[in-house]
Design a protein around this ligand. Structure first.
Ligand SMILES: C[S@@+](CC[C@H](N)C(=O)[O-])C[C@H]1O[C@@H](n2cnc3c(N)ncnc32)[C@H](O)[C@@H]1O
Length: 324
């Protein structure tokens, strides 16, 4: 258990502010030329099939991903990973998104080659010389050689993967003995330790709808640290460690680091509720776009309620491939 799993102490002096506006465009159109689909005002990559990606890949989402990366660095005490790496040589980032983690890793380990792989080519062109990006589907057979990486990182991919045993089998095959796989994902359930989240809290309702939608999609989000730990153990990894890292929504935590992260999470959440929710609610739960947008808007507004001390959890687990 990590120390971050303990109860977050509330800063009683925090005062209400940070009101914001919210806008959702529900116009839909699609294009087969540029291999994107526009749905409920968001752009989804469709090269590997529309159903593949339940989250958008537009500029708003790219900004949100970069902000979440900065938040996670703070919540990881300034680190990019939990696994105890020793001079890694070849690193793979599966579902790299904007590639921000891969780029930071390439800077941190200049002697390593870092490969970022994603369904969508949304990564920048100007990157460190030891970093490169490839477009692929992690659920297809991996083209990488056996034992060719010593660290494989998979972060926030719950919405994109239906067959985790296959993905982790392929990752295990491509991992050197002694190398590490680190798996981390963000839960969609809202929690509260001090009774300030009422049963009809709309962020809680949003989380429940997300859980239902992702279960229907066959891509359930993690609900505890054991979830990811069990996946790694089942794939054959040993010395598996797991963590549950709380993500407070808003500046209600007394701890300075969590307070700062909480403000950043608020900013991220403004797009985050719709990034996660719009396609999931309309495609999986059959809501119309207005209803889905309202659930996202109401969920987000509940996190701005200064009296409610809400948080979600980012789950992390890493494990080592045994030496042969
Ligand atoms: C929520 S983002 C996370 C991005 C990045 N890992 C991060 O933490 O910043 C999910 C990313 O995974 C990609 N993705 C989803 N399913 C995938 C798959 N089957 N194979 C490869 N990439 C996938 C999406 O295109 C998107 O860029």
């Amino acid at each position: 258990m990590s120390s971050q799993e303990s109860e977050i102490e509330v800063d009683l002096s925090s005062d209400p502010e940070y009101a914001s506006s919210y806008h959702t465009d529900t116009t839909s159109l699609s294009s087969s030329i540029n291999e994107y689909v526009f749905e409920n005002g968001r752009r989804y990559h469709s090269y590997f099939g529309v159903e593949k990606n339940l989250m958008p890949t537009d500029e708003k989402e790219q900004d949100r991903l970069d902000l979440h990366h900065e938040i996670l660095i703070r919540l990881f005490d300034g680190r990019l990973h939990k696994a105890p790496l020793d001079h890694p040589q070849r690193i793979l980032d599966v579902g790299t998104g904007t590639g921000i983690w891969a780029i930071d890793m390439a800077d941190q380990y200049p002697m390593a080659e870092v490969v970022g792989m994603d369904l969508s080519p949304i990564q920048p062109k100007w990157v460190p010389p030891n970093c490169k990006f490839e477009v692929d589907d992690a659920e297809k057979d991996w083209a990488y050689k056996k034992d060719s990486f010593d660290f494989i990182h998979i972060r926030n991919l719950a919405q994109g993967i239906s067959n985790w045993p296959k993905v982790l089998d392929d990752a295990y095959h491509c991992l050197q003995p002694g190398g590490y796989i680190e798996l981390s994902d963000t839960g969609v359930t809202f929690h509260c330790d001090d009774g300030t989240m009422l049963p009809d809290n709309t962020a809680k309702c949003w989380g429940e709808a997300m859980t239902e939608a992702m279960a229907k999609a066959g891509r359930p989000p993690p609900s505890d640290a054991r979830h990811l730990r069990d996946r790694l153990t089942a794939a054959g990894l040993v010395d598996v460690h797991s963590y549950a890292i709380k993500q407070p929504f808003g500046p209600w935590a007394k701890d300075k680091r969590l307070k700062e992260a909480g403000i950043m999470i608020w900013i991220m959440a403004e797009e985050g509720f719709t990034s996660y929710g719009l396609a999931a609610f309309t495609r999986m739960l059959g809501m119309d776009s207005e209803e889905a947008a309202k659930l996202c808007r109401d969920g987000y507004q509940a996190t701005r309620e200064r009296k409610s001390h809400l948080y979600t959890v980012h789950y992390v687990a890493y494990g080592r491939k045994p030496e042969e």
